[in-house]
Design a protein around this ligand. Structure first.
Ligand code: ZN
Length: 70
């Protein structure tokens, strides 16, 4: 499990990383309903939804600064 740093919900990282099929280009297709993730400055961040991911992408440093331990 990982915490969505935008809304604080727990995200099932295994579900996010489980491919539900593949597109012709070969990139694994995952279920957006299971959550999503984003690679930023050397690490993966997990989100419960695309909405949270969009918020993170808009101002990633704000969320990272607000994380416990930072
Ligand atoms: Zn969220």
């Amino acid at each position: 499990m990982a915490l969505d740093i935008v809304c604080g919900k727990e995200v099932d990282t295994a579900a996010v990383n489980t491919p539900v099929g593949s597109i012709p280009a070969g990139a694994p297709e995952t279920d957006p309903a299971a959550g999503t993730k984003r690679y930023y400055e050397g690490k993966w961040y997990y989100f419960c939804s695309m909405a949270c991911r969009h918020k993170f992408v808009a101002t990633p440093d704000e969320y990272i600064k607000a994380m416990p331990g930072n």
